[in-house]
Design a protein around this ligand. Structure first.
Ligand code: SF4
Ligand code: SF4
Length: 415
């Protein structure tokens, strides 16, 4: 048995032993015997489309006395919700903006959050008593900029397919999910997912210190739709500490969605916590649902998604046949493709969309296939980026080793 205090002492003296979840599993698979005495912290992470994300901001708009209170607010055209504080006569506005709100079909709350965190100029428009007030601002002028998740980091996600003959426009597809059984879309980072590595919630709880979009945050409880068999967490963090690359927007066939990332350090306090950390992709059930009712009707495992597949999508300009309009660039859900320079790695989330769209075969990557009902259904879209999640695990590990991140044990259980 170890305690959080003992581990924190090791962190502050630079003697803590930290593994990423992937490193731990690889070492054990290679035959290394690892006991509780050998490891102090294991870092876990996930990155993907997470609709349940919102920002709470306070923004100065006009000199005091300019307007009584904001009735409507937009940020870069994305509608926000003013209040609840009216800030009467102060010329500033308190607001909430959802990650799924949108200015149009190509820009939404997720894009806005990344722009704010990147320090880009943002246009705020306020309507009050029939008048419009607008200005540009940046995060430096916001004395309060906090991101909150209403649900994130589900222990387990699912894959969806279309069992019907007609394409279905859905947030689980970029151009409509075709059927019957022609393709699959998947979410979840498999065996590095935080709650998958602590399924009994022995280590993770209310008050656990985490990284949310790369910034230091905390778990405040379970999120909406959390259940005993498939829990998730609600969390918050200050946007000023976040990393743009670890968040953003993602365009689906139903418009903009929001990508969010969560990294959680798991303290190795006892044998049961260590045992749970050894879970591998083939041991994690992946429910398969019909996109039309979201009810799982089969199951496979995350081995189909992440074992012997390519985490990163590659681009070869030699194979590009210079189409009049680059179909891959047009459909890339994160705007990561420039037909001349290729893939912008800071934006690419390795979803795989470009592979199928490119007639020249310039994009390559094995996304795998789901084994369902004696069929092999090719995966054509990944809405979670395991490669980025692994970078997040590395980032958190480095911060701990650099003594810049200590552990906060749970104050209360999540259930
Ligand atoms: S779709 Fe493929 S081949 Fe066509 S321009 Fe784009 S990268 Fe080149
Ligand atoms: S894998 Fe291709 S389509 Fe997907 S984000 Fe990266 S460049 Fe865009």
């Amino acid at each position: 048995m170890k305690t959080i205090d003992e581990i924190n002492k090791k962190i502050t003296t630079g003697t803590a032993v930290v593994y990423t979840a992937a490193e731990l599993k690889k070492s054990v698979a290679a035959g290394e015997e690892i006991t509780v005495a050998d490891v102090d912290v294991v870092t876990t992470g996930t990155f993907g489309v997470m609709s349940g994300t919102l920002a709470i901001l306070h923004i100065p708009v006009a000199p005091p006395g300019s307007f009584r209170s904001a009735e409507k607010v937009w940020l870069n055209g994305v509608p926000a919700i003013p209040g609840p504080c009216p800030n009467e006569g102060l010329g500033s506005v308190d607001l909430a903006v959802y990650g799924t709100s949108r200015a149009d079909n190509s820009y939404g709350g997720g894009h806005l959050f990344r722009d704010i965190v990147a320090g880009n100029e943002v246009k705020i428009e306020v309507e009050s008593a029939g008048m419009r007030y607008s200005r540009t601002t940046t995060i430096d002028e916001m004395d309060h900029a906090r991101l909150v998740t209403t649900r994130s980091a589900f222990r387990n996600y699912l894959a969806v397919i279309n069992t019907g003959p007609d394409p279905v426009q859905t947030i689980f597809s970029v151009k409509g999910l075709t059927g019957p059984y022609r393709e699959a879309s998947v979410s979840g980072c498999g065996d590095i997912n935080p709650l998958q590595n602590d399924p009994d919630l022995n280590a993770i709880g209310i008050g656990t210190r985490i990284l949310l979009n790369g910034g230091v945050g905390y778990i405040m409880g379970t999120g909406t739709r959390s259940s005993a068999t498939n829990p998730n967490v609600a969390a918050f963090a200050e946007m000023k500490s976040m990393v743009p690359e670890m968040m953003g927007g993602f365009i689906t066939s139903l418009g903009p969605e929001c990508t969010t990332s969560v990294a959680i350090p798991i303290p190795v306090l006892d044998d049961s916590i260590l045992r749970n950390l050894l879970i591998t992709n083939d041991q994690i059930s992946l429910p398969v649902a019909d996109v039309r009712d979201r009810l799982p009707f089969a199951a496979t495992s995350y081995a189909d998604v992440w074992d012997d597949t390519d985490m990163v999508i590659a681009f070869s300009s030699d194979s590009c046949i210079r189409c009049e309009a680059c179909k891959s660039a047009l459909l890339c859900p994160t705007g990561a493709i420039d037909p001349v320079s290729g893939i912008d790695a800071t934006r690419c989330v390795n979803c795989g969309t470009c592979i199928r769209e490119c007639p020249g075969g310039a994009f390559t990557g094995n996304l795998g296939a789901l084994s369902v009902d004696n069929r092999k259904i090719p995966l054509t879209l990944r809405q979670s980026d395991r490669s980025r999640a692994m970078r997040l695990c590395e980032h958190l590990k480095t911060r701990i080793l650099d003594r810049k991140f200590t552990l906060c044990g749970k104050l209360e259980n999540l259930r």
